[in-house]
Design a protein around this ligand. Sequence first.
Ligand code: BGC
Length: 759
Amino acid sequence: MNQSSATASGWLLPETSLNEATEHYRKNETLMALCNGYLSLRGSFEEETIQLGHAGTYMNGFYEFHPLHYGEKFPGYPDNSQVMINLPDPKSVILTINGQTFSLDQGKVLHFERQLDIQTATLTRSVIWEAPNGNQVQIDSVRFVSATQKHLAGMQYQVKALNFSGAITLESLIALNRTNISRADDPRIGVTFDDAIWRIHNVYHAEQVLQVSGKTSKSQLEFRCTVSSVFSGAPHTIEFTQTDNKASLIAKATLQQGETLTLHKYMCYDRMDMDNPVSFALAMQQQGFNTLLAEHQAWWANAWAQMDIQIEGAQPLQQAIRFNMFHLTQSVGKDGQTNISAKGMTGEGYEGHYFWDTEIYMIPFFLYTQPEIAKQLLMFRYNTLEKARSRARELGHNKGVLYPWRTINGDECSAYYPAGTAQYHINADIAYAIQLYYNVTQDREFMENYGLEMLLELSNLWMVMGVFDPEKDNAFCIQEVTGPDEYTCLVNNNFYTNSMVKHQIGFAVKCLDQNFKLNANTQALVAQFDKKLAEQIVDSIYLPYSERLQIHMQDDAFLSRPVWDLANTPRNKFPLLMHYHPLTLYRHQVCKQADVVLAELLLSDQFSLEQKRRDFDYYAKITTHDSSLSTCIYGILACELGDMEQSYNYYIKTARTDLNDFHHNAKDGIHAANMAGSWMGVVYGFAGMRLNHGVLSFAPQLPKEWTAFSFPIHIQNKKLTVRIQADQTTYTLEQGQDLVINHRGKPVTLTLNQSVQLA
Ligand code: BGC
């Protein structure tokens, strides 16, 4: 594909001129970050002498403890947070021409272009620089973080002498002077460490290989960064140097005019999970840059075949949806030991923590496109079940498990409990994802070995923490929790939480009759499970409703609070959380994000359209969407309610959140849940897909701005593609035998490779 058709088809994110403004540069460091779920390199320039932003190198799940300080500390407050840390930077270089070092402070940049290729997950840059003495060089670089070798990143850096012959020095280094962003005045980003985050305890060098080994100070996690640097294209000498700030190999060459010196870096990171990273780096070098890159690109070609959404007639949205799926796929941990953080692996916002964002927003995307990844995300929860059990005890619950609101290693990290630990709905969110996973995959083996055990323990928690409230006709009530909306905290009977609990416990009860072959552990849990109590809860759980307004109340007291005057709140006071004391927010009817409306999407078949409309109309007026998890949900509901114009506006805000930097903080990392929301916006929104009793149903509506859109869906080992045009929808079963779906309320049977077109 040539450059202009690639741009037109939304596969590229180009940058055509050099912009040195810090905010712009930092934003692009995020947008152009490359990662593979294990290792990440932010999209910073390679040159150590150009530090305009925050060059980040991260490993998923690799963290340092950060002590949490409280003015007043009470039992159950976590002692430490875990923080994803910035590690030594393996991609750095320093380039010197006839004694003049390439930087932006001297000489002139005559040409600059850079682009992220979303299709092949590569970042390329081309620069022509004129040194103060008039010598001009062309510098071309390309890099990737391998999708097939999780420890590996590869980089090619070429320097061509354009108008001179002379001495070139190219230093390939591992930069050791990296640290995390410090906390300023935004609670969503940065922590200030008192001590060094990590220390290097060994530097090794043999021929072209450099290795630094280090350890974090408190969490005592070990890492190694091993880099093989291969220079070619011109005769050169190499020497090794080491300072506190770097370990380097310096190549010196004399280039004739028109000659090129090339550096290939094979950069390997591990957390002591490799036998011999030095031999690995050498083996990678043997395979060569082009072979490794081709392997990486082939992986991506296959990934796109499983997930690509095509939007015809709206290039900016085509680009956005691909960009979003790209970041989700490259950021997600795929090993059951790591997860996907709210910022992917692209920045230090929210300290690299995993939230409910995974289960409610991101798992649907993975489940319907790359189901094995969805399973690994649930396995992460299974692998931290024991910690969730201890946490429940710590909070005084003698049964069940309580998952952390935010975490890396499975322990709770939230220091502000009203908008943290109190969000017990995380338990119901995980249970929801287990059920969705099972319904979509029919993976009994997962349920037998892991799913049911989690589900029962998740349910046990509610059974001991909720109460049958005599003041409410003995309805089952859940007190003192926070729902998804973080502008209304510590409430009784949050509608979302209670609805999701009802759904969860109902599912747990059904699972008891599934004849699962269970291990002894789960059998014991089944034996102890109080089925009668569970059924009673399902029948009597309290769902707050206002007869006066005929709407669901977000919680018992929600409608008793005064309505926040959003119309007269100045634009510069948003997001509200940055300008008002939390109590001011909590005392008003004002929402940060979808809450009631989210429940009505997730549990779609349990509410009438009229009810959804009333609830939507009420809550839309008082919702700020200060959280990026909100517009996607409102957009989907607006579509279901037939308001395509409103839905489309929400969709643009969702899909292009990071590309347009709508929240002004893309520099700190992508908004991963929102990105997955943009996938849901197409599939749940415009295509109207819902899963009811294991059957997919569609109610397609084409936005008038588009001519067509299409997407694949994986369900029960089958692959379906759906193409929606103005007057018809085409369903094609591409893998698997017969699949029954529902199109606008009518069942349709699809057979392999036969397209069915419906009006
Ligand atoms: C939202 C939460 C979300 C978190 C991480 C907050 O702003 O209110 O719902 O889990 O961001 O994305």
